[in-house]
Design a protein around this ligand. Structure first.
Ligand code: ADP
Length: 838
């Protein structure tokens, strides 16, 4: 049986009769009680106070022995909130019991005059009895349509509940219900405000509320921190003007933002807006980036009553972005420069002042650490830094540069000044470090291809903020990129130096080529190209044994020196067949880890001269011996007493002596002329001469000693102009040519000498009918010592100097000489000399 049904039988009785007076007295008490409740409600600050006050008043006004107030919880179960005279057990056992369903439309009071008649469930009845309760009244607490809870009155003795008590209860109940609702609402409001407050303090966003006059009404801690305060309390306590003076507000480009353009101000003007603001704390230089969004709050009339700004700190994101941008830009700048100086410049441009107050780069050069570049935000200090590095290189073991290089690990020095003494060479150095005033420092070793080749030092200079962990990471990354760039630049420099060396090799007369360990030609200078008649482009990359005939033999004959010591590796001279011709090369070689460098000199010409010299000696000695033998023979014969000589015989022998003496004189004469020409001592004195007359004299002199088998014919054109020549030299030329014409006509014939004008030149033609000269040899006969028939098969001797002398003299007189012959019979030598100016 349900509780509700069991209570239904009990209803208030109305058979009591009060006297009027009694009635009046009770009415007054009732009204008093009402007032007291109303007063309690008015005074109550919280629900608990209110219920306590109400229950006491109720007890007093009704005369009940005990009372309780139960309120429905979230799940509509009624729970004791205030009570008098009830044990914990009782409350625990009866809590949850209710005479009404939770959604009952119009719950009515349930009055139990005697528990014995109530028909409670056994458990409930037992609990009620155990508590010593004999009568109960259940009065619902209703607000609007909702059952909020109930009032309970208890008596220890069975007793009917009067109208008055029920009425009082109901009146109380309605007061309490509305007060409960109100208090609950107020509590909920306070709680939600507290929650909001907590939320405001918990969120990362800074929140600022401003009044229309710009006053700060509210700010949370995050907002306070953004503008450099520890807490809201500190911010609110500070002077507004002083607060504003603590930081600059800048836009993304670093320009100051007009206060009117700030979202908060705009919100006060009724606009919603959002923008990026950089707060630069003036005292530290620290910058914070925020996205500030502000909205106006309007009152009932639609006027702006507040501006709410939400500040979202994006410093970390921005810094990360900045770093990425910085590194990206850095890599670009660094990668562009392949020249060490430019790389250093790019690094300095990049780092100072956006990242550091100064930057210094130390590199190993020939095993010594040298400062190769520095930059300071204060240009006057750049020079000072460089000088200081020069004077006090970072060689002290405790110096962060040394530490970085030794360990290969980046070094972070949070307070340079504190460590000044440990890294300094002496007191003066310490003072200089203090004077520079660097605050924090980071040293990153420069490492590439497994070796540390220097270090970069970054430093901060106040008011720039000291480096922190993110800066350290950035510096390491920057150092890594700089390492690569510098290593590239250094390599490039090396390569350039090598290229310069290779370029220089192009200008040396000696042939130089490099053969690597695999026998491939890697370098081939132009002298090598000239000698071997193979261009560098074709030679490089090919095998040496393909390119050079008999290379293996050549290679084994040359002992390669381990290093290029002057004079130590003497060249080996050997003939090498080059495109069918033989050339004499003196080769030497030096080994190096990547192969062998060969240097050679082409001695072919020198060898030819050597050959000439030996030819000369043999020719001359032969040429001298013949006339000497003749003279000696003739003289001996003339001296003999035992043989009587005819006069004709004597004069014949004397002729031989004078003839051969003359031949000797000519030979000596030729040698003298040739030697004077070679040594450059032969001067020419060009004058105007009569070619015909000069030729006549030469012919006359010749006729004195030539054999009669040869007929000499002179054919000079009429009215020839004067020739511009040195008469002695021209005479020598004509004598030589005529001598040859006669000499190389062993079978006799006519030698014709013709003089004619050809333009502004005089042409001398000496034509014979002798042995002739094969066309292939015609160029060579003018070379020194060249003879067509060195073995004298035709019995005609000579030094091979005559035509050489002719050519040299004719050239010196600004003329030309050439020969024409079919090689079988006869030769024609032509000499052309300028006519003399008239
Ligand atoms: P050489 O003392 O041998 O005559 P030259 O210089 O005068 O020396 O002549 C060089 C060579 O040219 C001679 O050995 C000879 O073979 C050739 N030669 C010069 N003149 C004539 C010529 N008229 N007819 C044929 N051969 C000549």
């Amino acid at each position: 049986m349900s509780e509700t049904e069991s209570f239904a039988t009990a209803s208030p009785g109305d058979d009591f009769v009060y006297s009027e007076r009694e009635e009046l007295r009770e009415r007054v008490a009732e009204v008093n009680a009402m007032y007291r409740v109303a007063d309690a409600i008015a005074r109550a600050t919280g629900l608990v106070d209110l219920l306590d006050e109400a229950i006491d008043t109720l007890l007093e006004a009704t005369g009940a022995d005990r009372a309780a107030i139960l309120l429905c919880d979230d799940t509509d179960v009624m729970r004791f909130h205030a009570w008098r005279g009830l044990s914990d057990e009782y409350r625990a056992q009866t809590e949850g019991h209710s005479p009404w369903a939770s959604d009952e439309a119009d719950p009515q009071p349930v009055l139990v005059a005697d528990v014995a008649d109530a028909g409670f469930e056994p458990d409930l009845e037992r609990a009620v009895r155990a508590e010593g309760i004999a009568a109960l009244a259940f009065v619902p607490l209703v607000h609007g349509d909702r059952l909020l809870g109930r009032f309970m009155l208890y008596r220890d003795e069975p007793s009917a509940w009067g109208d008055r008590e029920v009425r009082l209860c109901r009146t109380f109940a309605s007061h309490i219900a509305s007060a409960t609702v109100r208090t609950r609402a107020r509590t909920a409001l306070r709680e939600s405000r507290e929650q909001l407050e907590t939320i405001m303090e918990t969120v990362d966003e800074g929140i600022i509320v401003q009044s229309p006059d710009g006053r700060l009404i509210y700010a949370n801690d995050a907002a306070a921190r953004t503008i450099g305060f520890e807490s809201t309390a500190e911010l609110l306590a500070s002077d507004r003007a002083a607060t504003l003076a603590r930081f600059d507000m800048l836009d993304s480009r670093g320009n100051a933002i007009e206060p009117d353009d700030l979202p908060g101000r705009r919100a006060l003007r009724g606009e919603s807006s959002e923008r990026l603001v950089r707060y630069r704390i003036r005292s530290t230089g620290e910058e914070r980036w925020s996205v500030v969004r502000a909205n106006p709050v309007r009152d009932a009339e639609g006027n702006v009553s507040l501006a709410v700004s939400v500040i979202h700190d994006v410093t970390e994101t921005k810094l990360a972005e900045e770093r990425l941008r910085f590194l990206g830009q850095g890599s670009e700048m660094l990668n562009e420069a392949l020249v060490v100086e430019r790389t250093l410049g790019a690094l300095a441009d990049l780092a100072v002042p956006s990242f550091a107050g100064h930057v210094t780069v130390d590199l190993y050069e020939d095993g010594v650490l040298r400062c190769v570049g520095a930059r300071h935000v204060d240009p006057t200090k750049t020079e000072m830094m460089l000088q200081l590095r020069e004077q006090y290189p970072p060689t002290v073991e405790a110096h962060p540069v040394q530490r970085a290089i030794r360990t290969g690990e980046p070094q972070f020095v949070p307070d340079v000044q504190a460590e000044a003494e440990t890294m300094a060479h002496d007191a003066a150095h310490t003072r200089a470090i203090h004077e520079l005033g660097n605050e924090s420092g980071i040293v990153v070793p420069l490492t590439a291809r497994g070796r540390t080749f220097g270090a970069i030092t970054f430093g901060t200079v106040p008011p720039q903020p000291a480096f922190g962990q993110p800066d350290f990471e950035l510096a390491i990354e920057l150092g890594r990129r700089a390492s690569v760039a510098l290593d590239n630049a250094l390599l490039h420099r090396e390569v350039e130096a090598r290229a310069h060396a290779a370029e220089a090799l192009e200008f040396v007369d000696d042939g130089v080529f490099l053969v690597d360990g695999d026998g491939i030609i890697r370098l081939w200078n132009s002298a090598a190209a000239k000698t071997f008649r193979v261009k560098a482009a074709k030679a490089i990359g090919r095998r040496a044994d393909e390119l050079i005939a008999g290379w293996d033999g050549v290679r084994t004959r040359i002992t390669a020196a381990a290093e290029p010591t002057a004079g130590a590796s003497r060249g080996e001279t050997m003939p090498i067949d080059i495109q069918g011709g033989e050339r004499w090369l003196s080769l030497s070689a030096v080994r190096f880890p990547g192969g062998t460098v060969y240097a050679f000199r082409d001695l072919t010409e020198e060898r030819a001269v050597e050959q000439l010299k030996s030819d000369f000696v043999s020719t001359i000695s032969h040429e001298l011996r013949t006339p000497l033998a003749a003279i000696y023979g003739a003289a001996l014969t003339l001296q003999r007493d035992d043989v009587r000589l005819e006069e004709s015989q004597r004069s014949g022998l004397l002729d031989v002596i004078s003839g051969e003496a003359d031949r000797l004189a000519r030979i000596v004469n030729d040698i003298l002329w040739a030697s004077r020409l070679d040594s450059g001592q032969m001067g020419v004195a060009i004058v105007s001469c009569d070619a015909a007359e000069l030729t006549g004299r030469v012919v006359d002199a010749l006729l004195a000693h030539i054999s009669t088998d040869v007929e000499l014919v002179v054919d000079a054109a009429e009215g020839l102009p004067q020739v511009a020549a040195d008469p002695d030299k021209l005479r020598q030329v004509l004598t030589n040519l005529l001598d040859n014409a006669v000499k190389y006509s062993p079978d006799g014939g006519t030698v014709r000498i013709a003089l004619a004008q050809s333009g502004n030149r005089i042409r001398f033609r000496i034509e014979d009918q002798g042995l002739g000269i094969p066309p292939s040899e015609q160029a060579r006969i003018f070379e020194k010592f060249f003879r067509l028939d060195p073995n004298l098969t035709r019995g005609v001797g000579g030094t091979g100097l005559g035509l050489y002398i002719c050519r040299e003299l004719v050239h010196r007189m600004h003329g030309r000489i050439w020969v024409s012959s079919d090689g079988r019979r006869g030769s024609t030598f032509t000499v052309e000399l300028p006519t003399a100016a008239t």
